[in-house]
Design a protein around this ligand. Structure first.
Ligand SMILES: C[S@@+](CC[C@H](N)C(=O)[O-])C[C@H]1O[C@@H](n2cnc3c(N)ncnc32)[C@H](O)[C@@H]1O
Length: 273
């Protein structure tokens, strides 16, 4: 599928980030290979809300370099990961081979997924910085529904749209709304660094879209899913605001007044029609 200008720029950004992430302490690919029982912190956090995936077929949308996908395989799912970055998919395939953890990985732009992967799954899983790269949340909901078997479970934990509205260039921990909460046309950003440790980016420009929590929920409900769980979190997987502090589990929080702002949310929903 030909990419528009926004997604072409984002693809260059993500291919470059992939190499940095593959060598980073954050993703610790060596640790994943050397310890066959290791499960990513993201998946360990999600399992209590996601439920048992043993014996289930599972599709991971925007799977990146496969650490979460293969963690779900280690918990007993038969996994397929898709992502639009050829470099990310190559890294995920190598991680699967090197770690002896079975997984299928295919290149697919999100909206093209049903053309690349033609079967349906017991579980569709995504999140942790996924939706901000997508221009059309209603179209995303159609893809999620298409990829799920009737009765199948959808799960996401992603950054909260309120977090994405906050001015991250201010000094101090005052929370000031600067960016749109609802879905708009593309927002252009320039970032020197990715969210992991490692080298600076040369492809600094990226385009992102926010999606209000109601827009995300309605994209699922409008496409035949029923909501089972909606939980908001005061911890995030990365330091999205410079004044956040790291907690004992390696996650990030506001240093004070944590009840002011949800940083992430989880949704579990079932396809009923
Ligand atoms: C922040 S990562 C997801 C993180 C993942 N949970 C992890 O930490 O391993 C976002 C992923 O979305 C992918 N992506 C961005 N835009 C996309 C699009 N339009 N279609 C498919 N994948 C896309 C990127 O290549 C990247 O791998």
């Amino acid at each position: 599928m030909p990419l528009d200008e926004f997604r072409r720029v984002n693809l260059d950004n993500w291919n470059e980030r992939t190499a940095i992430h593959a060598g980073s302490k954050l993703y610790d690919l060596e640790g994943f290979v050397s310890d066959p029982k290791k499960v990513s912190g993201v998946v360990a956090f999600d399992v209590p809300d996601l439920g048992d995936v043993k014996g289930k077929s599972l599709l991971h949308l925007q799977c990146h370099i496969g650490t979460d996908t293969l963690s779900l395989a280690r918990l007993g799912a038969t996994v397929t990961g898709v992502d639009f970055s050829p470099d990310a998919i190559a890294t995920a395939r190598k991680l699967s081979a090197d770690s002896g953890t079975p997984g299928r990985f295919e290149i697919a732009e999100l909206y093209d997924t049903p053309n690349v992967i033609t079967e349906q799954f017991d579980v569709v899983y995504t999140g942790v910085g996924a939706l901000t790269w997508l221009p059309d949340i209603a179209g995303w909901g159609r893809v999620v529904s298409t990829m799920l078997k009737p009765g199948g479970t959808f799960f996401i934990r992603d950054f909260h749209p309120m977090l994405w509205t906050i001015d991250d260039e201010r000094e101090g921990d005052e929370l000031v709304v600067k960016y749109p909460y609802f879905e708009t046309s593309a927002l252009r950003f320039e970032n020197e660094n990715t969210y992991s440790d490692g080298d600076r980016l040369e492809n600094k420009v990226n385009f992102e879209w926010n999606h209000g929590l109601g827009e995300v929920v309605m994209a699922l409900l409008d496409n035949g899913l029923r909501l089972e769980l909606l939980r908001e979190h005061v911890v995030a997987e990365s330091r999205n605001l410079p004044w956040m502090v790291e907690d004992a589990e390696g996650r990030w929080r506001l240093p004070s007044g944590q009840e002011r702002l949800p940083l992430m949310y989880s949704i579990r929903a079932v396809k009923v029609s």
